[in-house]
Structure formats: C-alpha cells, structure tokens
Design a protein. Sequence first.
Length: 162
Amino acid sequence: MPAVHAILSASSSKRWLNCTPSARLEQNFPNESSVYAEEGTAAHALGEYKLRKYLHERVRRPTSEFDTDEMDANTDIYAEYIISTVERIKETCPHPLVMVEKRLDYSYLVPQGFGTGDCVIIADGTLYVMDYKSGKGVFVSCDHNPQMMLFPEIQCGWFAPW
C-alpha cells in the first residue's frame, strides 16, 4: 500500500474535478482514518499478498483485526479474477508484464498527479489497470469513471465483490 498520496489523487478525482479548491482546502483538516478505511486497507493488503504469491514473490500473509472469512473469500475472488485475466492474456502474449501496487503518473495532465494501480498488466499493446473496491453498499462504475479516465487507453478493470 502506498504511503504517499498526491494532493490531486486519482481516487479523489471525482471530487477535485468538480470542486478544484477542495483539494487544497482539505489540507487544513487532520487526516483522520475510519474503521471502514482501515478495513479497506486490510482487504487491499490481503489481495496484494495473494497476487504477489501468484507471481512467486516472497511475501508474508498480512494479519489484521479485520480478517474474516468474508474478506478472505472476496480477496480470493479478486485474485482469481486477475489470475484468470493474466492466464487468458498469456494465450497470445507469453510474457505479460504484471505489476502489483504500481505507481501511475499522470503529471502530464495534473501537476504532481499520480495514483496507484492495484494491479497493472501490459501485454500486446494494451494497458490493464485493475482496482479493487472493497466498500460495502457503494457501487462504483468503471463507465466514464474519473479515476480510471486519468490513465489513457485503459482496459476497464474494476473489481468489486458485491
């Protein structure tokens, strides 16, 4: 998980594209977390672990007070979705580039703009950016999504377990 966040981050782009001053104004407030954000961070860490394990990287399974059978099942589905995508791509491109938690720069559009792709795959001239959404009850569409539109020529790759 990234430790540094852009002022004009991809994940908050819907807000700052519609209210540009909000990005600077929010800097006046403490960066407080919530139990929901912490649970999402735990889910992302578990999903990241499962992908890195598939890629044969030496990793330790993260532990969290939020570990549940539901989180384990949801991150299994997420990892299986990405793994099946990679295996399908390998049918025509034997060595796709697969990166987990990859920093994506869009500073050509926004000063110091960057985001993090949960999983990024480059193969046969196509860039896939996969983003895991673990929130409950909040549907996120990839159709004309501001976060994904910051990255050019993207194959839509949202994953939400609901």
